[in-house]
Design a protein around this ligand. Structure first.
Ligand code: PEP
Length: 255
């Protein structure tokens, strides 16, 4: 069984989708269902939807999140949004280093590290994404890639500060492709990630930190993924855009 230290987290990543009215409708439906969820629920929404979704979630336990941030607090950084601005807008969480940002916008571990530091300093929970590409998996580089991303992205924190962070293991080959890691592949990777956390920050932090799986999680595979002892939740893209599938994922049952 997953450690009782770690409350499952089901986080939707809406990416660059939904109109404001669709966002509000979906957020209301999620908020109404939050009482029957099998863990904590969060919605990571586009910047433009933060205010409206925040209002729709008011009074519910669903946590509001963003999908990116910039590490400076304020200043001449046209187009960027800072951690204090996200807190001011009602966010509790923020996705950092998503593979789409790494691939399409050239983000590397150094940026992930700065963004994670800024999020933690502002009191946000960063959901730090790591994961290997198909090429890297096929050429037996998965463990080296994960080790490098963890060492670089999570460098230099006090364990007490980092304990609020969440890791999302998202094999790039499984994101938006309909190809999910098998429960055994996910468990193997999560166990490896926890081992790296232990090496860097000690057993206490490693046992307490939530490691989410992301990559084509659906209503049909959520139960078997969540049954793995080191899978502490899910970061859900496509299936979080439809109430029916996301609510079923929120109500996962460990097989
Ligand atoms: C994601 O956006 O982090 C993700 C895992 O997407 P999907 O569930 O669509 O694969």
């Amino acid at each position: 069984m997953t450690s009782s230290l770690r409350r499952p987290l089901l986080a939707g990543n809406w990416k660059m989708n939904l109109t404001l009215s669709q966002s509000v409708d979906l957020a209301r439906t999620v908020a109404e269902a939050a009482g029957s969820a099998s863990g904590e629920v969060a919605l990571c929404v586009p910047f433009t939807a933060i205010a409206a979704v925040g209002a729709a979630l008011k009074g519910s336990s669903v946590r509001l999140g963003a999908q990116d941030l910039y590490w400076e607090a304020s200043g001449a950084y046209t187009g960027e949004v800072s951690a204090p601005m996200l807190v001011d807008a009602g966010c509790a969480m923020v996705v950092v280093g998503h593979s789409e940002r790494r691939k399409l916008f050239g983000e590397g571990d150094e940026w992930v590290n700065k963004k994670t530091a800024a999020a933690l300093k502002a009191g946000l929970t960063p959901i730090v994404c790591i994961g290997e590409t198909l090429d890297e998996r096929e050429s037996q580089k998965t463990w080296r890639v994960l080790e490098t991303q963890i060492a670089g992205g999570l460098k230099g924190f006090a364990p007490a500060d980092l304990s609020r962070a969440v890791i999302a293991y998202e094999p790039v080959w499984a994101i938006g492709t309909g190809k999910t890691a098998s429960p055994a592949q996910a468990q193997e990777a999560h166990l490896f990630v926890r081992g790296q956390l232990k090496k860097l920050y000690g057993e206490g932090l490693a046992q307490g930190m939530r490691i989410l799986y992301g990559g084509s999680v659906t209503a049909d595979n959520a139960d078997s993924l969540m049954a793995q002892p080191d899978v502490d939740g899910a970061l859900v893209g496509g299936a979080s855009l439809k109430a029916e599938s996301f609510l079923r994922i929120m109500r996962f049952q460990r097989a």
